[in-house]
Design a protein around this ligand. Structure first.
Ligand code: HEC
Ligand code: HEC
Length: 347
C-alpha cells in the first residue's frame, strides 16, 4: 500500500522475491522457501527469526476460505452491515419525522405559488436527468472509482451506461426546449422571465447579505421574488446546460461534426464536457443544496420542489420586496433579523 503511494522506504516485490531468480515457495533456492524466509526478512529486519518471518503473508489482503483472517473479515462485514445499517435505519426514522415537520411548518397559513405544474415537471425532469447524467458520465471518466465498481456490480455496465447517458441527455434537451417555450409563450412564464433577469440591485443585495451575516450591518436585506443567489444559480444552469448540450452533441456525433469544425474542436469538447460537469455538479452541491437543504432555516429540506408553494410567512422572511408587492405591507414591520424570531418555531 505504501509502495502504491510512491513511498521509497518500503519493500517491493523484488526486495523479497529478487528481480530475476523469482521462484516458487516450494523451491529450496527460493527466497521465500520456508527455511529461507527469515534470511530474506533479515536484509531489512536484522533481528528477524522464524516466528517473525511467519508474520508476513499476502493472504491478509485476500483471506483464503476457512483461515483466521477469513473469519475475522466475514465477522466484520456482518458487524459493519448490522451496526451501521441499524444506525442508518434509526436515523432515517428521525430524519423522516423532521422532514414531515418541515412540511407542516412550510405549508402553514396562507400559501403563495412559487412554481406551477409546468415548472415542477421541468424541475423534476432536470433533477432526474442531471443526477443520472452526472453518475453515468463520471462513471465513464473514473472507471476505477469504488462507487463505479459498485454500480457495475448492480448491473450498470458499459452497454447500459452509454445508452442511459444518451437517454438522459435527450430528456435534458427536451426539458430545455419545454422551458424556453413555457417562458415565452405563457403569461406566467413571461412574468417569471421578468423577475429572474439580473439587476444592479442584486450586487447591492449580495454585499448587504455578506455584511449582515458578518454582523457588520444589523438589517437583513430584503429580496425580490428571486434573490441574487437564485438568479445566479438559474443563469449558471442555463449557461452550463447549453455548454453541455453543444459539447455533448459533438461527442455523440464526432464523425458528423468534425468536418464542420476546427481540428481542435472535438478534443476541446471533451475537455469542456468534463470540467463543465465538475463545475455544475459542485455548484449544485455547494450552492443549490445549501439553500434548499443545508441552510439552517431550511434543514432538512425545502418542500417547494414538491408542493410548488411557499408560505406567506416564508416569503416575508426571505423575500421581503416580493412580500411587499403581494400584500402591500412592508415585510420588515416586526423583523430585525435577530430576536430568535425564527418563523419555524424551532427551539
Ligand atoms: C527491503 C526491506 C524489507 C524487507 C526485505 C522486509 N521488510 Fe518488513 N518492513 C520494511 C519497512 C521499511 C517497514 C516499515 C514500512 C512502513 O512503516 O511504512 C516494514 C514493516 C514490516 C512490518 C510491520 C507491519 C506492516 O505490515 O507494515 C512487518 C510485520 C514486516 N515488515 C514483516 C516483514 C517480513 C516477515 C519480512 C520477510 C518476509 C519483511 N518484513 C521483509 C522493510 C522490509
Ligand atoms: C515483505 C516481503 C515480500 C514482498 C514485498 C512481496 N512478497 Fe510475495 N511473498 C512473500 C512471502 C514470504 C511469500 C510466501 C508466503 C505467502 O504467500 O504468504 C510470498 C508469496 C508470493 C507469491 C506466491 C508464490 C508461491 O510460490 O506460492 C506470489 C505470486 C507473490 N508473493 C507475488 C508478490 C508480488 C507480485 C509482490 C509485489 C507486489 C510481492 N509478492 C511482494 C514475501 C513478499
Amino acid at each position: 500500500m505504501a509502495t502504491r503511494a510512491h513511498s521509497k522506504n518500503t519493500p517491493t516485490c523484488s526486495d523479497c522475491h529478487t528481480a530475476h531468480a523469482v521462484r516458487t515457495h516450494r523451491d529450496s533456492l527460493s527466497t521465500i522457501y520456508p527455511a529461507n524466509v527469515a534470511a530474506t526478512c533479515q536484509k531489512c529486519h536484522p533481528r528477524a527469526d522464524a516466528a517473525f518471518a511467519q508474520s508476513y503473508t499476502h493472504q491478509t489482503l485476500q483471506p483464503a476460505k476457512g483461515g483466521v483472517n477469513y473469519w475475522i473479515t466475514r465477522i466484520y462485514w456482518v458487524l459493519i452491515a448490522v451496526i451501521i445499517g441499524g444506525m442508518v435505519l434509526h436515523n432515517l426514522v428521525i430524519l423522516n419525522f423532521h422532514i414531515l415537520q418541515a412540511k407542516r411548518r412550510q405549508t402553514a397559513g396562507r400559501k403563495i405559488v412559487r412554481f406551477d405544474a409546468h415548472q415542477l415537471i421541468q424541475h423534476m425532469a432536470l433533477t432526474v436527468s442531471f443526477i443520472l447524467l452526472a453518475v453515468t458520465g463520471f462513471a465513464l471518466k473514473y472507471p476505477d472509482a469504488w462507487w463505479v465498481k459498485f454500480l457495475s456490480g448492480l448491473g450498470l455496465e458499459e452497454p447500459l451506461r452509454r445508452i442511459l447517458h444518451r437517454i438522459m441527455a435527450v430528456i435534458l434537451i427536451a426539458c430545455g426546449i419545454y422551458h424556453v417555450v413555457y417562458l415565452f409563450l405563457t403569461r406566467r412564464g413571461r412574468e417569471e422571465w421578468a423577475t429572474i433577469i439580473p439587476a444592479k440591485s442584486d450586487l447591492a443585495d449580495l454585499a448587504d447579505t455578506m455584511k449582515f451575516h458578518l454582523n457588520l450591518n444589523p438589517r437583513k436585506p430584503e429580496y425580490g421574488r428571486y434573490d441574487y443567489s437564485q438568479k445566479a444559480e438559474y443563469w449558471a444552469l442555463i449557461w452550463g446546460t447549453m455548454a453541455m448540450i453543444v459539447t455533448g452533441l459533438i461527442l455523440w456525433f464526432p464523425a458528423q461534426f468534425s468536418p464542420l469544425l476546427p481540428r481542435w474542436a472535438v478534443t476541446a469538447a471533451q475537455t469542456i464536457h468534463l470540467y463543465e460537469a465538475w463545475l455544475a455538479t459542485l455548484a449544485v452541491i455547494v450552492w443549490h443544496f445549501f439553500f434548499v437543504i443545508f441552510h439552517p432555516e431550511e434543514y432538512p429540506m425545502s418542500w417547494t420542489w414538491l408542493t410548488g408553494k411557499l408560505s406567506l410567512e416564508h416569503v416575508r422572511h426571505r423575500h421581503g420586496r416580493w412580500f411587499a408587492a403581494i400584500t402591500g405591507k412592508p415585510a420588515a414591520a416586526n423583523e430585525t433579523g435577530e430576536e430568535g424570531e425564527d418563523e419555524s418555531g424551532r427551539p
